[in-house]
Design a protein around this ligand. Structure first.
Ligand SMILES: Nc1ncnc2c1ncn2[C@@H]1O[C@H](COP(=O)(O)OP(=O)(O)O)[C@@H](O)[C@H]1O
Ligand SMILES: C[C@@](O)(CCOP(=O)(O)O)CC(=O)O
Ligand SMILES: [Mg+2]
Length: 382
């Protein structure tokens, strides 16, 4: 039997980085996914007993002898989530160092490490094959690492019997709440390997979907019946979340009082932004006033992200460009390049939207239109 899983990427409307330090943040799923398929090899199917990983988008395939992994790892597969120990991480790092990645794709090594941890922890050493494809740009702030960890964890747990399989139902299905929680916990362990110190917001919104307010591991689903249109601009400047998160923590150690004030301000912005979003209603006559509040809050958050040291000249170029059209923008995700969000007010004409997009694309950026606040993780057994 084969199982497939798909998990969405995300945008952070407010609170990135500060959320790692205990502030409230607001995030929403977007309709760009990572897809994972997984099947266990029948004993006769594969004499070598290989555990295989294919990263189709990159034309890369890796395999490990299950016998060798059994000798290297002491822990047996189990469904209860646990953190990767220092010894285990050393073993994984040396296994990944043996692989050859093209120079430009070296960043994938942390994803492969997370995979090895999740596979050996959840499935154990039973040979099998995992295939991955993604619609998300990697390392751009749209949460590709979390959607990778969520979809891999879900597929592994599903075939290991940890989640209910409704073979009668065709097509994509949503897991039960307690199963989603289990997947989310495992995905968080994978994110720790990729990010170092994740807050958990990315894996949580990828697992549960919708638009959420998140603080210290707790999520609140936001109820909004109004539209929220966002333009996503990918500056195509590559960056690494782990390094950016570590940089903010170092700044917080150098200036504890000032940075605590910044994190408190972000907390207030996220709470106010959530309240505005929840006040949206269908055919809202005061929609423009509410959108103006959102724009101001986004601009304030961007200013504080600059204080944290995670903006970038490419991000500033997007801000200047959209401001010429009186549109507010902020970086999303870890910053340092990556993606920028621009609020597209309800009454904004499509002609203006097209003009902004053209101008941004002339700068060499890529504009994406994505549905915001949609479904989370889904699996499929046929
Ligand atoms: N489809 C994938 N296959 C393998 N690794 C992936 C995949 N998607 C994400 N990753 C891992 O996540 C890393 C990017 O994560 P990160 O720096 O947090 O940026 P973001 O989550 O915003 O895309 C990649 O360098 C890679 O290690
Ligand atoms: C910077 C941070 O707030 C979000 C990182 O998102 P991304 O990996 O850049 O998509 C880190 C976190 O919350 O774990
Ligand atoms: Mg990430």
């Amino acid at each position: 039997m084969e199982v497939r899983a798909r998990a969405p990427g995300k945008i952070i409307l407010s609170g990135e980085h500060a959320v790692v330090h205990g502030s409230t943040a607001v995030a929403a799923a977007i309709d760009l996914h990572t897809y994972v398929s997984f099947r266990l090899h029948a004993p006769s199917d594969n004499d070598d007993g290989l555990i295989e990983l294919e990263l189709k988008d990159f034309g890369l395939a890796f395999s490990w002898s299950s016998q060798r992994l059994r000798e290297l790892f002491s822990e047996l597969g189990s469904w209860s989530p646990r953190s990767c120990s220092t010894e285990c991480l050393k073993v994984i790092t040396s296994l990944v160092e043996e692989l050859s990645f093209p120079e430009a794709k070296i960043g994938l090594s942390s994803g492969v490490s997370a995979f090895l941890y999740l596979y050996t922890s959840i499935v154990g050493f039973r040979p099998g094959k995992v295939r991955v494809t993604s619609e998300l740009p990697l390392a751009s702030g749209l949460g590709s690492s979390a959607s990778f960890c969520v979809s891999v964890s879900a597929a592994l747990l599903a075939l290991s019997g940890a989640v209910y399989s409704d073979n009668q139902q065709n097509g994509w299905l949503v897991m039960r709440e307690n199963e989603l929680e289990l997947v989310n916990k495992w995905a968080f362990e994978g994110e720790k390997i990729i990010h170092g110190k994740p807050s958990g917001i990315d894996n949580t919104v990828s697992t549960f979907g919708s638009m959420i307010m998140f603080r210290l591991g707790e999520l609140t689903r936001l109820k909004s019946s109004g539209p929220l249109r966002m333009l996503i601009t990918n500056t195509k400047v590559g960056r690494n979340t782990k390094a950016l998160v570590a940089g903010v923590s170092e700044r917080a150690q150098r200036h504890p009082d000032a940075m605590a004030a910044v994190f408190t301000a972000v907390d207030s912005i996220s709470k106010e932004l959530s309240a505005v979003i929840e006040s949206f209603a269908l055919d809202d006559v005061s929609i423009t006033a509410k959108e103006e509040k959102l724009e101001e809050l986004m601009e304030m958050n961007q200013g504080l992200l600059q204080c944290m040291g995670v903006s970038h000249t490419s991000i500033e170029t997007v801000l200047r460009t959209t401001l010429r059209y009186k549109l507010a923008s902020k970086l999303t995700g870890a910053g340092g390049g990556g993606c920028v969000l621009t609020l597209l007010p309800t009454l904004l004409s499509s002609t203006i939207v097209d003009k902004v997009i053209t101008e941004l694309e002339v700068c060499g950026f890529q504009c994406l239109k994505a549905e915001v606040g949609g479904k989370g993780l889904e699996i499929c057994f046929n």
